[in-house]
Design a binder for this molecule. Structure first.
Ligand code: ADP
Ligand code: MG
Length: 683
């Protein structure tokens, strides 16, 4: 028998070739898609008494026509039709705009059902819909679904089309969920839920239908993540790093500081994973300045000690250069070779770097995406660490696998992820968290000032620089226009040079050649530059502990997590640090963002407030986070369902018979069709 997802939507009654094209734009290609095109709210056409209808709101009432209607026309197409109707003992004026054709149907004595906005003071209903009970009622007495529509697809059309499709194909709707889960959570069967969500008898029923479908959506999403995770665990062809605890301890002793308890804990979690044959797929999250780099360094050390190679991948060349220097400092004393591979290396240098990797002369390579590109091969890649990248795991992992590599993967992020999103976006990863910052760090004092106070901000710069410290001055971010960003930076650079003729003012932006960027960063790091004017190229990862002042121009243009990232460039040493936000936000949320920044410098708290302000959809761009656009589920509101779905999915995929039993064939099909599993994981 044909399945609903194999029948083109064109087959549904009333769908012409043109309508079909328009439905495609809404992602509706098959009958299954059409039936799953859920309403996002309902319009209430249930008949109520006038007393239950609130002043100024919409309601539906029934009454008797009491007067001959009167019609006024103005202009070519505008008209106003009025008539008296007796409703619940009140004589009410019903008003229709631009519907002159109704005039002859408004016969005194006839019953009528009116839907419209009620104005108590004037005893007037402004009608949006009316029906006559003697002609049968299509809408009245019901909740009518409201769909997202556009083009020639109108609300009445999509309502009718879906209603007919339900009649025609409803019996073919199959259950997707295992019956034990349907029972456990007392969910509506799928067919009933789909029918009821389109045509609920009442709100309770609509909600029950929605609950079932939300659960299904979240369960199927989690099933993918959990199945992926469980398969990855089972794969035995990863690298088991054999390292003794003693050499790790010795290496840790060469570090210039003692590890925090938090760092020790996550290092242990990582090493435990690395010793297993199965592949590590772990996320390390820790606030800015919590000391993730050194954790990565220890993991890289372990990989090399075990006879393999390690790679550290970062999003920018500046960061690659910085990590290269700090890793060289750590690894040269223990005789490990650290190399650089970025897109901007000269061809000859690139060739050398690639050859050294292939021959195993380089133990650890630091670089950008260039590392995993075509033509780069390793002698034996054991570990890949990615820094400051939200969504490395899945996609790049498959690139690596295609190259015949199956290294352990550690993904590091400073954007603390609220629990909701961690479960959603990273359900396929194990998570380690750095909870504390290194000892002796003072919290960063944050101020929000108006543009008019630039003089005082300059005074602040003077004070810090005179005290031997350094400052960042970040330029506004012009959405989509790197060119304007650069121009801003150049202008600000000139302005500061004039204001501080005796200070060394540096300039850093994305358009500078790589060598020059590196040179500027190096000078700033060596304290040869007092104030660094920069675009957001310094946003992630840059580490100059002597810098204590972060000034952000037009701060309202930045999002909260970006502001927090930028602020995280200071407060990285023992000195008291400051962040000054220059902003005159016009919007409420803009002011709210500035407020959050001045109230807390805890990244987890910032993230929580950010989520509150923006809603989950926006929190990360959906693209980079791997969070899908759910049809029905709302990650904040449906969080408990999400957790439940995650647990159910994890339990199910851990069962051996999930992978073999016929009972789960349907679910395994869903997995097989997903991009995540394309290729080599399922057969
Ligand atoms: P992030 O987590 O933002 O990547 P980094 O790894 O760059 O942070 O570390 C921030 C700073 O803290 C660096 O200068 C680093 O040398 C220092 N640091 C890291 N761990 C410790 C520690 N346990 N004690 C003292 N300083 C530390
Ligand atoms: Mg870092």
């Amino acid at each position: 028998m044909m399945k609903l997802d194999q029948i083109a939507v064109r087959q549904a009654k009333g769908v012409s070739a043109q309508k079909e094209q328009e439905l495609h734009a809404f992602g509706v290609h098959t009958i299954a898609d059409l039936l799953d095109y859920f309403p996002f709210r309902y319009e209430d056409y249930r008949i109520k008494g006038l007393t239950e209808t609130k002043d100024g709101e919409k309601g539906t009432v029934q009454g008797k026509i009491m007067s001959v209607p009167s019609l006024q026309r103005y202009g070519r197409s505008k008209s106003r039709l009025t008539c008296k109707v007796l409703v619940d003992g009140l004589l009410v004026t019903a008003v229709w705009f631009n519907r002159p054709f109704l005039q002859e149907q408004l016969v005194p004595g006839r019953e009528i059902i009116l839907t419209g906005k009620w104005e108590q003071r004037r005893l007037q209903l402004t009608i949006t819909d009316s029906e006559f009970p003697d002609k049968g009622t299509a809408r009245s007495g019901t909740l009518q679904p409201v769909y997202s529509i556009g083009g020639s697809i109108t609300q009445p059309w999509i309502r009718k089309t879906i209603k007919q499709a339900l009649l025609q194909y409803g019996t073919m709707i199959e259950e997707m969920l295992p019956h034990q889960l349907v029972d456990k959570h007392r969910l509506m069967p799928r067919r009933e839920a789909v029918e009821r969500i389109h045509q609920p008898d009442d709100t309770v029923e609509g909600q029950a239908a929605r609950r079932r479908l939300v659960y299904e959506e979240l369960f199927l999403f989690q099933l993918k993540l959990q199945a992926y995770r469980s398969l990855n665990r089972k794969r035995m062809d990863g690298v088991a790093h054999v390292v003794d605890a003693e050499s790790i301890r010795q290496f840790a002793q060469t570090l210039p500081f003692e590890l925090t308890d938090s760092q020790k804990k996550v290092v242990n979690e990582i090493l435990t994973d690395m010793r297993q044959t199965s592949c590590m797929n772990r996320l390390l999250q820790g606030d800015v300045g919590s000391g993730k780099t050194v954790v990565a360094a220890i993991a890289l050390f372990a990989a090399v000690k075990a006879g393999h190679q390690g790679a550290l991948m970062v999003p920018t060349e500046i960061l690659a250069e910085q990590h290269l220097r700090s890793l060289q400092r750590l690894f040269e004393p223990v005789g490990m070779e650290v190399g650089l591979l970025t897109g901007s290396l000269s061809d000859r240098k690139k060739k050398d770097a690639v050859a050294s990797l292939q021959m195993g002369l380089t133990d650890i390579v630091v670089g950008t995406h260039a590392i995993i590109q075509e033509g780069v091969n390793f002698r034996s890649l054991g570990l890949v660490v990615t820094d400051e990248q939200h969504r490395f795991g899945v996609n790049q992992r498959s690139i690596l696998r295609r190259k015949g590599l199956n290294p352990d993967v550690l993904t590091m992020t400073a954007t603390p992820i609220p629990r909701t999103l961690a479960i959603t976006a990273f359900g396929d990863l194990d998570v380690s968290t750095l909870r504390e910052r290194p000892q002796g760090r003072k919290s960063i004092q944050t101020y929000w000032v108006k543009h008019g106070m630039l003089e005082r901000v300059f005074g602040f710069i003077r004070r810090e620089v005179d005290g031997g410290r350094q400052a960042y001055f970040i330029c506004p971010l012009i959405e989509e226009s790197e060119k304007l960003d650069v121009q801003n930076a150049i202008d600000l650079h000139v302005q500061l040079q004039q204001a501080f003729p005796d200070l060394a003012i540096g300039l850093l932006h994305g358009r500078l050649p790589a060598a020059e960027k590196d040179e500027v960063m190096r000078s700033f790091g060596d304290d040869h530059i007092d104030v660094l004017v920069a675009t957001t190229v310094v946003e992630v990862g840059v580490d100059v502990p002597n810098a204590t002042l972060m000034i952000i121009m037009d701060a309202e243009r930045f999002g909260l997590s970006q502001l927090h990232q930028l602020r995280g460039r200071v407060g990285r040493g023992g000195h008291q640090s400051y962040c000054v936000l220059i902003a005159d936000p016009k919007s409420e949320t803009g002011r709210e963002r500035m407020k959050v920044m001045t109230e807390t410098d805890d990244g987890f708290e910032v993230a929580r407030r950010d989520l509150e302000l923006r809603g989950p959809g926006d929190f990360f761009g959906t693209k980079q986070s791997g969070i899908p656009d759910f049809k029905l589920a709302d990650m904040a509101a449906d969080f408990e369902v999400l957790e439940q779905a995650r647990d159910d999915a994890a339990e199910l995929t851990a069962q051996e018979d999930f992978w073999t039993s016929r009972a789960y064939e349907r679910l395994r099909m869903v997995l097989k069709q997903d991009q995540l599993f394309q290729g080599d994981l399922l057969d």
